[in-house]
Design a protein around this ligand. Structure first.
Ligand SMILES: NC(=O)c1ccc[n+]([C@@H]2O[C@H](COP(=O)([O-])OP(=O)(O)OC[C@H]3O[C@@H](n4cnc5c(N)ncnc54)[C@H](O)[C@@H]3O)[C@@H](O)[C@H]2O)c1
Length: 344
């Protein structure tokens, strides 16, 4: 992991020392490409001859079909095992680029340069790579670690407010599952203000890495990172299928509120803790873009979540602010009641 300005932390030196004869491929999306690619390439001599593959932006393009097109392009560029892919973009690019690199010719090295807050604090770290299958999030994927991750928060200066809010949701999750002081610090955090921002990003990344190091393949404690994601993915998948996509972090924020409600109703979480989480999410995030007639379809999607066991939906809750718990269940009625809290 490298934190700070790409030139200061030595992206060029890493490429020169570790991949001196490798072909470099940069995978990016159209927005990041149009804003940042020229600066990236011209300020790093090792990237001056890089092949650039640019795809349309957004979750709708995180598909196996797009991967197949990119594998074709890699083949045309005669990319081999010793070459390196640089994933330059948000979580869609780092998830999909890691997946593409890991499967092409049984595995190429890849480097992540995440450019959204969400991908800096979460998606680019921890080795989960993959793509969606229709409305089902991240159904096809592999665990595969980036050789390096470079986190430079200067990229966030061109990110809009909504995307910053989306990234903050995963940071809030880190505080809620493992560190009450991080949760507290984030209450007054303005992600658009660079002052102190990298320090909070580092804290979030550290929390995630500490969890992942203990349980890389998610058989135990790593599941705590799924807090908010069971209901969140249900909502996100539902809205994606309706072609009215929402931001991943918004869905996670709504999911954290709804799942905290279930934990509170089950007597696992105090009312005070639930109310403080709900109050922050209600103030900071827009209202959830679903209606009660959508609940059944969302529940159906949740029954296809890859984390389920023996046909039962599996949840990761919190039992207090700063303490994640996993392998929890809930009845359909409890889930539907929780979804109601998002539209009341
Ligand atoms: N692998 C994991 O552990 C993990 C964890 C959390 C989320 N994810 C995945 O991450 C994805 C969401 O990531 P995301 O929110 O970064 O989405 P994204 O990659 O779609 O990026 C969001 C938008 O921001 C634009 N953008 C990116 N960087 C920019 C910049 N610096 N300036 C201006 N615009 C910029 C992109 O073009 C895009 O339109 C989801 O697919 C989610 O499933 C993965």
């Amino acid at each position: 992991m490298h934190f700070g300005d790409l030139q200061t932390v030595g992206l060029n030196e890493v490429l020169q020392n570790e991949y001196p004869d490798a072909k470099k491929i940069i995978l990016t999306d159209e927005t990041v490409g149009s804003i940042w690619i020229e600066q990236l390439v011209t300020s790093h001599s090792q990237l001056s001859k890089a092949e650039i593959i640019q795809i349309p932006e957004g979750e709708a393009f995180k598909t196996i079909d797009v991967c197949a097109q990119i594998w074709e392009a890699l083949s045309e560029y005669e990319i081999g095992r010793g070459d390196v892919i640089i994933n330059f973009g948000g979580g869609v690019i780092t998830d999909m680029g890691g997946f593409i690199a890991s499967l092409y010719k049984r595995g190429l090295s890849f480097i992540n340069i995440p450019t959204t807050l969400l991908s800096q604090v979460d998606a680019s770290v921890g080795g989960k790579t993959g793509v969606d299958l229709g409305p089902f999030k991240n159904q096809i994927g592999v665990f595969s670690d980036a050789a390096h991750v470079f986190i430079d928060d200067q990229f966030l200066k061109t990110l809009d407010e909504k995307q910053l809010q989306s990234g903050l949701a995963e940071m809030l999750k880190h505080g809620l599952i493992s560190d009450p002081s991080h949760w507290k610090d984030l209450q007054s955090f303005d992600p658009s203000n660079p002052k102190g921002r990298l320090k909070l990003i580092r804290t979030s990344v550290k929390i995630k890495r500490d969890v992942v190091v203990q349980d890389h393949k998610e058989s135990g404690v790593r599941k705590t990172l799924n807090f908010g994601h069971t209901i969140g993915h249900g909502i996100e998948g539902f809205l994606l299928e309706k072609e009215t996509p929402t931001l991943h972090g918004f869905a996670v924020a709504w999911g954290m509120k709804a799942e905290s409600f279930i934990a509170y109703k089950q007597g696992l979480l105090s009312q005070t803790a639930y109310e403080s989480i709900a109050a922050f999410i209600d103030t900071y995030y827009p209202k959830c873009e679903i209606e009660s007639k959508d609940f059944k379809a969302i529940l159906k999607l949740m029954y296809n979540d890859k984390k389920n066991k023996n046909g039962h939906i599996q949840f990761s809750f919190i039992s207090e602010i700063g303490k994640g718990i996993y392998d929890q269940g809930a009845t359909d009625v409890e889930i539907l009641d929780a979804l109601k809290t998002l539209i009341d």
